[in-house]
Write a protein that binds this ligand. Structure first.
Ligand SMILES: [Zn+2]
Length: 112
């Protein structure tokens, strides 16, 4: 299955097609209940590292990372751009920590 192939499901809760979780490759009406099929969103499988970043990292890093791993509709270029954003924001955050540590450290040159 290619990355961009879409899957369609019946969302009618009373329908046998829905209960059997049958997916279709094309958008059409359901064979059983005649409701229009709806595109199935890709299931999100988070690794332990993903969960660690999303729950414990600062929001300025966690939010773009969450958007990077959850947004499957974007093109590959958009995906790379989101990853670049996560990397850039992480570097800026670390730079901010270093600068703040520098201004708060006891042993620094007071002549300047
Ligand atoms: Zn149906």
């Amino acid at each position: 299955m290619s990355v961009n192939s879409k899957q369609y499901i019946c969302i009618n809760l009373d329908c046998e097609i829905h209960k059997d979780e049958i997916v279709f490759p094309k958008q059409r009406d359901c064979y059983a209940c005649k409701h229009p099929l709806v595109e199935k969103k890709r299931e999100l499988t988070l690794t332990e590292d993903d969960k660690e970043i999303i729950t414990n990292y600062p929001t300025v890093i966690a939010l773009p990372f969450y958007e990077f791993i959850t947004n499957n509709e974007d093109s590959a270029f958009d995906k790379i751009t989101r990853l670049k954003d996560v990397y850039e924001i992480s570097l800026r955050y670390l730079a901010l920590l270093v600068i703040s540590e520098y201004f708060n450290i006891e042993i620094k040159n007071k002549d300047r």
